[in-house]
Ligand binder design. Sequence first.
Ligand code: CP
Ligand code: NVA
Length: 309
Amino acid sequence: MRHFINLKDIPVKDLRKIISDAKKRKNLRKKLNHLDLDKDAPLKGKLLIQMFEKSSLRTRLSFYLAIRQLGGSALTLRPNELHLSKGGESIEDTAKILSNFGNAFMLRTDNDKKLDEFKKHLSIPIINGLSPSSHPTQILSDIFTVEEIKKKPIHKLNIAWIGDCNNVLNSLIAASIKFSFKLKIGCPKEYNPLKNIMDYIKKNDNKIIIYSSPKKAIVNADVLFSDKVISINDKVNKTKKLNSFKKFKIDEKLMGYAKKDCIFLHCLPRGTEVTEKVFSSKQSKVWTQALNRVHVQKSILLYCFGKLR
Ligand code: CP
Ligand code: NVA
């Protein structure tokens, strides 16, 4: 049994195995419907319990389909209907019940410490479905998407991020270190990554550069990532932050500084960080990106169950 909480704690050889398993499984499903099972149905009889303390559309749907296609089933808990959220039950007791009734737990949380606390008391795998500090299932899936579209390993590509230094970027930074790819980040100075992330970059890598100019970040890029300026539960002065990011809005002119065949990725939901024109252009691969989460999360589940081929 293995947990999937942060990319930085997972050996790259395992991350690679997840990606290649997802590729094989995706290829085998070309003619199947969403609810058709993979032939081997390796998680038959298994129950994934998922809980969202924050809103979600894609993660919820993609984990549901992922476990179903592997032969198992999913149950989604609403935190406000549990004793846990009202303080009437401890994480320890909740975790014990989850472990007795289910086979894996996927948690989207507003507090990183809860992931560790659950991990301590669960006897089933826990998957981080987004926390304030990371979004590892999204980024591993995005690496799959990049390599699928570009037909090259990610370390041969120039990756750029223009936008807020948030949970999604933190996972992209961890991925850059794990997979050894070049990453240029463009964001206003006052919104640079937090000190612990800066220290992590300094300690591990020299392939990540942070610019306060969006143009410098995107020059020569093969792939451009972005995300909302204001994340869910972001407790900042929103008007001030949105104002600082105005110069970082991704439009056709800015895209013109990247390579001609640069693709645009965005985990969604979107805000005002990208123009409609870029978002709906041929370069934008956001819908493929969203769908690929099903395939990669299936292999993440198999990794957690110790069933990767
Ligand atoms: N990208 C992503 O995680 O989307 P949701 O918040 O809708 O799950
Ligand atoms: N950074 C965003 C990602 C949403 C999938 C957030 O945390 O709201």
